[in-house]
Design a protein around this ligand. Structure first.
Ligand code: HEC
Length: 276
């Protein structure tokens, strides 16, 4: 009798302590990270100062296959953020700037709790991308949805202002985003070997677009400014030529990415993506 009692209290103790471990990660996240990374879908994306937690974890899990690797990445990134380590899309860093190091703010031990909690709970299972798919056309006519649609449209317009590409990337099949959407879709059926190759392609593409993008933006802005004041157009025309060269390079990178992606996929998989 005593023995069973002891067992019961031991198992109680055990479950309480694991529960506490969970809460500890979340509590720490609330204190150390949630000022910038919100835990819910943003109601007003323009108010964000950093990518929401679900997006961060979606990209982290796409890049790292095991919990151990993902946790190590998060711990490492929070202490020492670097552009070429980032798993998010290049425009995320363009938009928010690089994350400031949290070295002064959080210890490595604390980060391990935080990262494990992030991994276990995010993204929520019903999550399939930020801002999209909230409002499937036709299936919803409520006011809330149509105002969301308007907002989305406005956000899109804004983000269209700057593009590093010669041909707007939105006007070409966006293979990586289609692949991303269907990453774990059983019908699409990516093998782990394919996933590995696709991540390499994505990393390569992101790196070169990330190198080109700030140069293109800078040149574009310079041209805008000089146009209003320079008398001699020779200088500006040279800059325009240079701009078109850089944008062509970015577009070639994009085309290469589409080609490489198609080469990794089977004919059936390509068909599946383009049919959707
Ligand atoms: C001062 C605001 C701020 C705080 C506080 C903050 N972050 Fe971030 N974080 C950002 C921004 C901005 C980005 C997006 C840019 C980037 O990736 O560097 C980001 C991105 C990330 C990423 C994704 C990296 C990638 O590949 O883009 C991870 C992981 C992350 N943060 C973890 C954390 C953790 C864990 C904490 C708490 C210990 C934390 N952050 C606290 C601003 C913050």
């Amino acid at each position: 009798m005593k023995f069973t009692q002891a067992l019961i209290s031991m198992s109680l103790l055990f479950s309480v302590s694991t529960l506490q471990a969970f809460d500890k990660g979340e509590d720490l996240f609330n204190v150390k990270c949630s000022a910038c990374h919100i835990k819910t879908r943003p109601s007003d994306p323009s108010q964000l100062v950093a990518p929401p937690l679900m997006g961060v974890m979606r990209h982290t899990k796409m890049q790292y296959n095991t919990k151990e690797e993902a946790v190590n990445f998060i711990v490492n990134y929070a202490l020492n953020p670097q552009r070429d380590k980032a798993v998010c899309m290049p425009h995320t860093i363009e938009r928010f700037g690089l994350m400031p190091s949290q070295k002064e703010n959080v210890s490595e031990d604390e980060l391990r709790y935080i990262a494990a909690w992030m991994y276990d709970n995010y993204p929520p299972s019903n999550f399939n991308g930020m801002g999209k798919n909230n409002c499937k056309s036709g299936s919803c006519n409520s006011n809330k949805c149509s105002s969301n649609k308007k907002k989305n449209k406005m956000a899109k317009k804004k983000s269209r202002k700057f593009s590093p590409f010669l041909i707007n990337s939105k006007d070409m099949p966006h293979m990586t985003s289609l692949v991303k959407k269907n990453w774990d879709n059983k019908k699409f059926n990516l093998s782990s070997e394919q996933k590995k190759l696709l991540l390499e392609i994505r990393k390569r593409t992101m790196k070169s677009v990330m190198d080109l993008s700030p140069r293109i933006k800078k040149l574009e802005n310079e041209i805008k400014v000089i146009t209003m004041r320079d008398e001699d157009k020779k200088n500006i025309f040279m800059m325009v030529d240079q701009l078109s060269k850089l944008k062509a390079e970015a577009t070639k990178t994009h085309i290469q990415c589409i080609t490489d992606t198609m080469n990794v996929l089977t004919k059936e998989q390509v068909k599946f993506l383009l049919k959707k």
